[in-house]
Design a protein around this ligand. Structure first.
Ligand code: SF4
Length: 71
């Protein structure tokens, strides 16, 4: 059994998942665990990693789950 199976881990259940309005219909959002990644130029904005609602990573834990937000 994998970690994802054992914990039902998914980005959408993680407190670091930002269900960005413009991305919600695509089932994607932004991961806010780390600061934005490097920007392409000094004038550009930093980039938040885009994750699928069903992605997960090792930073997810049951303690990081938000109550009432699970799909
Ligand atoms: S990538 Fe990891 S830390 Fe980021 S939202 Fe998904 S489970 Fe949470």
């Amino acid at each position: 059994m994998s970690f994802a199976d054992a914990t039902d881990a998914a980005c959408t259940k993680c407190k670091f998942f930002d269900n960005h309005t413009a991305m919600a219909e695509a089932g994607e959002g932004l991961c806010r665990f780390n600061p934005p990644v490097s920007q392409p130029s000094a004038e550009a904005h930093g980039l938040w990693p885009v994750v699928s609602s069903q992605d997960w990573c090792g930073h997810f834990s049951q303690d990081a789950m938000r109550s009432g937000v699970a799909d």
